[in-house]
Design a protein around this ligand. Structure first.
Ligand code: PLP
Length: 369
């Protein structure tokens, strides 16, 4: 079976983890700040706070910019569900706006149109690693006095048109390290920030509300256990060492897919980099031609030993969101059309040319083109 994803793990990772095990300091040790420094430097951010998941990072980032009960957070309906859920953790409301049909990212104009006096923050998602139009969101935020939190969980290695790496514009930006991501720590995430006071708050809240200079059992604010262990951070440091090589391999696989799939009538491919923006390749998601049965396509690929997955469903049409907020079909037509036709194909650095050809051939046969 060709899987959807497979991490690159080798002797360096084994050695790094073994070193931590042998040191006896499995948490709250030196690998955490070392990983934070290395990561922040890689994306041009001032500081980083390592956390237990991308979700934990988004939660703490929203708290850090002051989102609270009754606020609204404007975000994308075409994302992994957590970028909307985190607003609900703080009893704020996620407010959706439609996406750009080319980049599949939240459309800044559509987002601006749903801002109200209750809006506290914009939460653009760099979906599938393609950078959202941050300069446009920054203009909206400046005009309306809003904070920005970036969901960069899929976007390590991406850069904006002006060359700034995603995560390096000063807003809290959250990266994820689940096993299918550009680098993995098993589970994990990091919040990069451009303000040391925000780092101090996030560091405290991820660690049960402790201040760094306080006794172990004193707590001066509400906190959580969202810590990332030294074992995970050691793994992250080893993965960062091979980041450029893995990003290049992902870009190479994406290029092979593009070559193999170009010209199939009606098939939508990930948008090419444009205007200087650069994608940090995370997944290879195609939109099936209108009228093609996606479930049957998944079954046909599986019969050929190829994993694939509908990815992503529209958040507002998930049963929880329908029931809680009364969302219905037709609210965000671009998102709904894209979500209904999207299919993730196997994509990871070690995918060979031969495997890409096999997937492309099987896809052509499955959709009858
Ligand atoms: C866009 C997006 N946001 C947030 C997350 C959440 O990250 P985690 O699974 O580490 O909590 C993911 C992870 O899959 C994601 O793809």
């Amino acid at each position: 079976m060709i899987p959807l994803a497979r991490p690159v793990l080798g002797e360096a990772e084994e050695r790094a983890v073994l070193d931590v095990l042998r040191s006896g300091q499995l948490s709250l040790g030196p690998r955490v700040p070392a990983f934070e420094r290395e990561f922040a430097a890689r994306v041009g951010a001032g500081w980083g706070s390592a956390v237990s998941s991308g979700t934990a990072g988004l939660h703490l980032a929203l708290r850090a910019v002051g989102v609270e009960d009754g606020d609204e957070v404007v975000t994308s309906p075409f994302s992994f569900v957590t970028s909307a859920n985190v607003a609900l953790y703080e009893r704020a409301r996620p407010v959706f706006a439609d996406i750009d049909p080319v980049t599949l990212n939240l459309d800044p104009e559509a987002a601006a149109a749903v801002v109200t006096e209750r809006t506290k923050a914009l939460l653009p998602v760099h979906i599938f690693g393609y950078p959202a139009d941050l300069p446009a969101f920054e203009r909206v935020a400046d005009r309306r006095g809003l904070a920005i939190v970036e969901d960069a969980c899929e976007a390590l290695g991406a850069a904006h048109a002006d060359g700034t790496p995603v995560g390096g514009r000063g807003h809290p930006a959250v990266f994820g390290f689940y096993a299918n991501k550009q680098i993995t720590t098993g589970e994990g995430g990091i919040v990069t920030v451009g303000d040391e006071a925000l780092k101090a708050r996030i560091d405290s809240e991820r660690n049960q509300g402790r201040a760094p200079d306080m006794g172990w059992l004193d707590h001066d604010r509400l906190g959580f256990n969202y810590r990332l262990s030294d074992i995970a951070c050691a793994l992250g440091l080893a993965q960062l060492e091979r980041l450029e090589e893995m990003l290049a391999a992902r870009a190479r696989v994406a290029g092979s897919y593009r070559e193999a799939l170009t010209g199939i009538e009606g098939l939508g491919l990930p948008c090419a980099d444009s205007g200087g923006a650069r994608r940090g390749w995370f997944v290879f998601v195609v939109q099936l031609p209108c009228g093609v049965d996606r479930d049957a396509t998944v079954c046909a690929l599986a019969a050929q030993g190829i994993q694939s997955k509908p990815y992503l469903p529209a958040i507002h049409l998930m049963s929880f969101y329908r029931e809680r907020f009364g969302h219905r079909e037709g609210e965000f037509p671009v998102c709904e059309d894209i979500a209904a036709r999207s299919l993730a194909l196997p994509f990871f650095p070690g995918l060979s040319e031969g495997e890409v050809t096999r997937v492309a051939q099987a896809l052509r046969e499955a959709i009858g083109r």
